[in-house]
Design a protein around this ligand. Sequence first.
Ligand SMILES: NC(=O)c1ccc[n+]([C@@H]2O[C@H](COP(=O)([O-])OP(=O)(O)OC[C@H]3O[C@@H](n4cnc5c(N)ncnc54)[C@H](O)[C@@H]3O)[C@@H](O)[C@H]2O)c1
Length: 295
Amino acid sequence: MKNIAVIGAGTMGNGIAHTFAQFDYKVQLIDLSENSLKKGIATITKNLDRMIAKGRITEEDKLRTLNNINTCTSLQEGVKYSSLVVEAATENLELKLNIFKDLDKFCPEGAILASNTSSISITQIAAVTSRPEMVIGMHFMNPVPIMKLVEIIKGYNTCQETYDIVNGITEKLNKTPVEVNDYPGFVANRILMPMINEAIETLYNGVAGVQEIDTVMKLGMAHPMGPLQLADFIGLDICLSILNVMYDGFKNPKYAPCPLLVNMVSAGKLGIKSGEGFYDYSGSRRAENVSKQFI
Ligand SMILES: NC(=O)c1ccc[n+]([C@@H]2O[C@H](COP(=O)([O-])OP(=O)(O)OC[C@H]3O[C@@H](n4cnc5c(N)ncnc54)[C@H](O)[C@@H]3O)[C@@H](O)[C@H]2O)c1
């Protein structure tokens, strides 16, 4: 399995392409526009340069990694020789169902179709294909080149062989796969999002301020960043959408998003990407510094 296609060149897609290419897989990076692909490659180049500066890789590793990546705007062309596709397009149910219908049509027989979705059911995605036993979740963490964990999500019909292959590939990427069944939020977000939501509720109830809540969790629980800063980093709209998926999926009020989170998203305060969330990032250097803590 050396030919990989990655759908979407955004935050996660370029990180996934980078990681596969660094471990000598041949990657087709596919996005709707040339501009997104250019931005994706620029980000990969910048992250490789940062790794060189930290002494983690050599200049030669950088060139080899970049040479392993081809870019393409046509899904049909990009996936025709792929044995594994990792879909990392925008988190939207209808969009993903359409992509998987196309993947099923255009990928070679026997190709495994994986999704990096944070919250959409793998079983539901698999159901629009003629190969549900070969559809699986590969939930990478952000930033992909650095973070060790990959949640491997078995849909209702995912077969053991598919799981074993994806598990093996994940280990070849020097990452740690964890087997998870397909229920809303999987494991990572099922535990993380209620914590973030509770931190927002604590703020909303006036128990403590933003800095205070984050300081308690950083110094008291040894978290590398507080939950409110982490929410800004993930994107408040994404946090809201994942909480809603869990709320709808389990019909349990414990996942109901805090009204303050709902209000902030309605007001366009989405965190780093909009310049303001629980913290102010209007000076672009500050936003850059927050991101760098992770890279
Ligand atoms: N951002 C995170 O921290 C994070 C973490 C884990 C998982 N995820 C999941 O990863 C996926 C991607 O998230 P992201 O943050 O990288 O999003 P993003 O918005 O940064 O990038 C999405 C990319 O998909 C492209 N795209 C949209 N429709 C497409 C199509 N039909 N064909 C090809 N490309 C298409 C867009 O042009 C864009 O470049 C989502 O499913 C998200 O839930 C995100």
